[in-house]
Write a protein that binds this ligand. Sequence first.
Ligand SMILES: [Ca+2]
Length: 311
Amino acid sequence: MKLWIAVILVIIFVQADARKRQRAAHDDVRERHVSSHPNQVRVGANFEETMVAERPRGRKTSPARDGATPVPRNPCDKVRCKAGSECSLDANNLPNCVCIRECPDGLSVDDAVCGSDNRTYASECDLKRTKCLGKAKKSQRRKMKSLKIRYLGPCKTFTPCRKKELREYPNRMRVWLKNIFLQMYDTPLSEGGLTDKQRHYGRKVYSERERLQEFEQGADHELMEKEFRKFYHIYKYPVHWKFADLDRRPKDKKLSKKELGPLRAPLIPMEHCTKVFFKRADKNRDGKISLEEWGTALGLEAGDIDASLLV
Ligand SMILES: [Ca+2]
């Protein structure tokens, strides 16, 4: 009897051991199958679920955090379109530059610009969009190619520039340049402020700022002239700084009409002598303002016009 009990116990043990080995072998095979596809994490029974859980291999998608579906990168992200156009995806999901479909609305009169065609546009975007659409039409292409911003604000009729006003113009311009320079001095470089070199060259303008008189619109010309003579060497640097700031493409110590654009655009509606001033400044009539012409028009002595200050 005891012998039979012993035999039965041995059989049960052997069967249990065999089942255990079988399970272990099966798990091992499953594990090896999964690990042979290192980019796959099994999360479900069907193919779709497995693919969703696939780890990102490249940088085509944003990483899936918290198990969320990765967001594919927009093909337009790295496309830069010309002014007046924007990137759009075609039927094949390929990026294309097309004319801006809609400019922001609900703008104020301050956003309006006057175009070189003497038409008022609701915004800079509106002008550039019109130019883009016009260039696409053969009949308008030529005309539209030259369309640009003449000045900021709605188009208006200017009274003629009188001789006296033109004579006083450099004084107002110098004060304006000095004020912009001081504003930039306090602005961080990351927000368009000055470089260390520019701050170094203009440190005297900044340290003496409290001594410089502020002039309201319509200030007496004689007073402004007197102030300029008294602080001549302070006013000298902002004149050079602005020239260097505008002289960008190409950096050739000459200001083309295009380079002068960012200065003229806000100045023209405020100062109706701006156009005549720049025309007169161009002594040799080559359509560009050299550093000498710029400095002379703004009242600097020939010996004080210094290219080494163009930083
Ligand atoms: Ca230039």
